[in-house]
Structure formats: C-alpha cells, structure tokens
Design a protein around this ligand. Structure first.
Ligand SMILES: Cc1cc2nc3c(=O)[nH]c(=O)nc-3n(C[C@H](O)[C@H](O)[C@H](O)COP(=O)(O)OP(=O)(O)OC[C@H]3O[C@@H](n4cnc5c(N)ncnc54)[C@H](O)[C@@H]3O)c2cc1C
Length: 497
C-alpha cells in the first residue's frame, strides 16, 4: 500500500489537477475515486458505439498562450498533451423574438454581428466587452495560484502591480452593473443575462465580473477547443500523468467518512470496506455540501461553512438527453453548441433554457459512421423527480425528453424521425453517478453579492482538510476547477511540506 502524503477524495478535474500538481513537486498522492473512471462531471460513458460526454463539452483552457490556459498547463506539468480540435464559434443563440446570434471565435466578427443586431448600442457593446478584456488581460498576465498564500500574493503584486490592481477593482463587481453602465437596450441586457446564464446559471446581476472576464474573452483568445477522443480524455490523461510521477489512483473506492484526527495524530479517511487510511492532508473534491454533511459525520458545521451557506445555495441539476441521431438530422454547417429559449420569462425556470452540444461535428469518431451525438440538457430540480414510483419516473423521463426533442426541432427539423438512441439522465442520475448532493451543478448566490468575494477558498475550518472543485473559488467549469486545483496544491505544498 502506498504511503501517501496527501489523500485526494475524488478524481474530478479539480481533484486531478491538485493531485498532479502535488505529484510533480515530489509529494506522494493517493486519489480515491468511487466511480470506475476519472473525470467526474467531465467523464464519459459508452453505449451502442457512441461515446457520450457526461457533462462538460464547451472547453476553455486549452489555449497555447498566457497564463489562463490551465488545462494545457496542468497536462504539460506531468509531461502530457491532448490533441484538441478548435471550434470556430463558442455558441449559437436561438433566443426569443428571433434574436439569433452566433459568438464567433474571432472577437471583431462577434462584436460586428451583435452591433448589426443592436446598431444603437454599438459603442456600449464594445465598451462592455472591452471591460471584460481588461479583466482577462490582468488575469492572463499573472501566475494563477492560491490567494490564501501571502508570499505568492506579494510576489505577484511586485511582479505585476497594475494587473493586480485591475483585478482588485473588478473582484467585488458583477456583470450586470458593468453592462448597465454602457448598455440601455432591455433586449440586449437580456442577451447579456443569457451570456452569463449559460455557464453561471445566474443572470448578469449575480454573475461575478472576474468569471465573465475569463469566459467572454478567452473564447476569442485561447478559444473553445474540443479534446480529440472526447472530454473524458482530460481525466484519463491527467490520471496517466499522475501515475508517471509515482502517485496512485484507485477506482471503485468510496470514501464514507473523513476522520479529522486519527489515533496517529494525522487526518484520515474511512473507505466503504472499513479500511482507514491516514495522511498529512486530505483534499475533498466532493462538493462542500457533501464534504461537510456526508463525510464529516461527527463534526458540527463550522461557522465559516454556515456563513458561506447563507450566501450561496445549490444550483439546480440538469435533465440530460444523450441522443444518437442519423447524420441527416444535423446540418453539417451547424455550430457545435446551441442555446434555445423561446420566452425570456422562462430563462431561469426549470426546463426553460435548453443547452445543446453536438461534439461529433468536431470529432466524428465519437459516434458510429453516419451518426451524430446530440447532448441536450436543461436545468431541473431533484424535488421534481422524487416520490415517484419506478414506472412514473420512467414515464416522466420519456415525456420530458420528447418535449425537449419537439422544441429542438425548431433548430433541427425532423430530429425525432432520425433518432437512433436515447439515454435520459435526471438530477437523480447526476446525484448517483457524480456523487453530488441533489445532483447540483454547483454554487449559486442566494442574493446579489459583491462579485466573487463570498466564495470560499481551498482551506477549511478543519485542520489539514482542504476542498477543491466547483463549490470552491472560482466556481464551475473545467478551467475554473483547474484553477482551484492549482491553488489548492500550491497552498498545501507551500504550507505543509
Ligand atoms: C450537464 C453539464 C454540462 C456542463 N458543461 C460544461 C461545459 O460545457 N464547460 C465547462 O467548462 N464545464 C461544464 N460543466 C461544469 C463542469 O463539468 C464542472 O464544473 C466540473 O467538471 C466539476 O469538477 P470538480 O472537480 O469540481 O468535480 P466533479 O466533476 O464533481 O468530480 C468529483 C469526483 O469526486 C468523486 N467523489 C465524490 N464523492 C466521493 C467519495 N465519497 N469517495 C470517492 N470519490 C468521490 C466523484 O465520483 C467525482 O468523480 C458542465 C457540467 C454539467 C453537469
């Protein structure tokens, strides 16, 4: 048995980046993953010749330049690289009253298209998106590590004071306030809401400017790039890199408890077979709700977590349709990612906004020849799927799936007719397979907050226990959880070893 310095619970991208970053520093890590493969929400499953991404498929962080390309950097740190396929647009929006906008990879093309749709707002549009670039340029010029480690903060401040001051300015701000400074048109402001909602599941007023700076600019800088072989390759290749550096990952091992102080004075974890493993530090890649409510059974909730919970709540989960369709269903010139909404009032409602990814437009090897994958998902609360008998549950899945398919026919006529395979995942599936409480996508503010200032960092009130992943600063998304992983590993390596 490996004598680990650090135990990481879970092999989501946050957990794997923490583990690999520690391993390259010579620290021995043991990753314990309850599922059969790495990746968590960035994992995959195979059915009937299709390789479906579980969740993520609009991937940031694979750029070549700057410092915000954290997936490229995390892989390179362990001597690995993944071939990626550039997407020529981030997303194609199909919004109420025929508002049809494609976000081109090329910034000026996008700004021109949006300006053509809202000619009175050309100046405001540029000023708003340029403010996002200001944030991004600051982020992209500094090393992204732990904001909890003061020596790093001092170093980065002296190396690049202007960038740091720029970030301090935007840290407490939300997108809505900045957008309203420059834009008046209510429909355009709704569009900005949707620009935020598709990754923060929050309208602009509650979406931090720091995250928006990353998303709205990096899509034109590093671009959106799809990993060849599917999103699951990211976790697989990081896990390979981890083992190359002498650390270990074990699958099918569920941690049932975190033991804050073991008999030998260390911190430990209890596994589903009763084994207890100890280490100097434990990192939980489970959500903060799962970590504190399920894994720290004997502990009362620390005040810091209570405070966080008063500011943030669990976002809804998703109803996910994983479709295999005949190629005729999809226009080969279609964008890979689409957003569909017919009524602005429904944007935040369950089953309101539909998100669509067709990764086979970029990598046809994921489906049998002559077929595509269509992954369509929409926010959904677990409460709406509980207290149903098995047959009621199955019937509801089918009904809701066909309602979504009927709506999707506005973009892909005859989709139903070309259906070859369908797997429906509900919030219960997300909870079961991803080990996430209520299947939540992550943390959302309970009210308008001051930008990102309320998100917790990696350390916790429990000595030697850290959290990493999307319920920790800076929140959801693969590149964001990679940032959380870099920060967590840096903090542990500099303060514990
Ligand atoms: C439908 C959907 C679409 C998305 N689309 C995008 C997108 O296009 N682009 C993007 O960037 N992001 C997207 N995301 C978000 C992104 O996938 C997540 O933010 C990110 O993958 C979360 O990573 P994580 O490291 O926090 O943890 P997770 O991915 O949740 O991984 C945690 C891991 O810990 C394991 N685990 C939990 N508890 C235990 C335990 N007790 N013992 C052992 N193992 C345990 C789990 O099995 C899991 O493997 C999407 C998410 C979903 C659900």
């Amino acid at each position: 048995m490996l004598d680990a310095d650090v135990i990481v619970i879970g092999s989501g991208i946050g957990g794997l980046v923490t583990a690999t970053q520690l391993a390259v520093k010579g620290i021995k890590v043991l990753v314990l993953e309850k599922y059969l493969i790495p990746g968590g929400s960035a994992g995959y499953f195979e059915r009937n010749g299709y390789r479906f991404d579980v969740g993520a498929s609009m991937i940031f962080g694979f750029g070549e330049n700057g410092t915000t390309n954290l997936l490229t950097r995390a892989l390179a740190a362990v001597g690995m690289k993944i071939e990626t396929i550039p997407d020529d647009s981030q997303v194609h929006y199909h919004l109420p009253k025929g508002l049809d906008i494609k976000v081109d990879r090329h910034y000026e093309t996008f700004i021109q298209a949006l300006g053509d749709r809202f000619p009175e707002e050309r100046v405001g549009i540029r000023k708003f998106y340029d403010a996002c670039w200001e944030v991004f340029n600051c982020l992209n010029s500094i090393e992204l590590l732990s904001l909890e480690e003061y020596k790093y903060l001092l170093r980065v401040f002296f190396q690049n004071p202007l960038a740091c001051l720029g970030l301090v300015k935007y840290l407490p701000q939300n997108v809505g306030d900045v957008a309203k400074r420059y834009i008046r048109d209510p429909e355009l402001l709704k569009f900005i809401d949707m620009e935020c909602y598709i990754w923060s599941v929050m309208p602009a007023d509650k979406t931090p400017m720091i995250n928006a700076g990353m998303v709205f600019s990096d899509r034109h800088y590093g671009g959106i790039n799809y990993p060849k072989g599917g999103v699951g390759r990211i976790g697989e290749v990081l896990a390979e890199g981890l083992e190359k550096f002498g650390s270990e990952i074990r699958y099918g091992v569920r941690v049932t408890e975190i033991i804050p102080k073991t008999e030998d004075g260390k911190i430990g974890v209890k596994l589903n077979d009763g084994t207890i493993l100890t280490a100097k530090s434990v990192v939980s890649n489970a959500t903060r709700w799962d970590t504190f409510d399920h894994l720290l059974k004997q502990e009362s909730l620390p005040k810091s977590e209570e405070r966080w919970r008063s500011r943030y709540q669990k976002s809804p989960s998703f109803l996910s349709l994983h479709l295999g369709v005949k190629a005729e269903a999809i226009d080969p010139k279609s964008a890979c990612h689409h957003i569909l909404l017919e009524d602005w009032q429904a944007m935040e409602k369950p089953h309101g906004t539909i998100f669509v990814s067709i990764p086979t437009l970029l990598d046809p090897s994921l489906a049998p020849e002559g077929h595509h994958i269509v992954h369509a998902f929409t926010p959904s609360w677990i409460e709406d799927w509980q207290n149903l008998s098995k047959s009621e549950y199955e019937q509801k899945k089918e009904e809701e799936a066909f309602k979504l398919i009927a709506r999707l026919e506005q973009i892909f006529p005859h989709l139903n007719q070309h259906l070859d395979y369908m797997e429906v995942g509900t919030p219960k599936s997300h909870r079961r397979f991803l080990g996430r409480m209520d299947g939540t996508y992550g943390a959302i503010p309970t009210r308008k907050l001051m930008g990102l200032l309320g998100m917790p960092f990696n350390s916790t009130a429990i000595a030697n226990l850290y959290c990493v992943g999307d319920s920790t600063f800076p929140a959801q998304g693969l590149n964001a959880v990679a940032f959380s992983g870099f920060a967590c590993a840096h903090l542990i390596a500099t303060t514990k070893f």
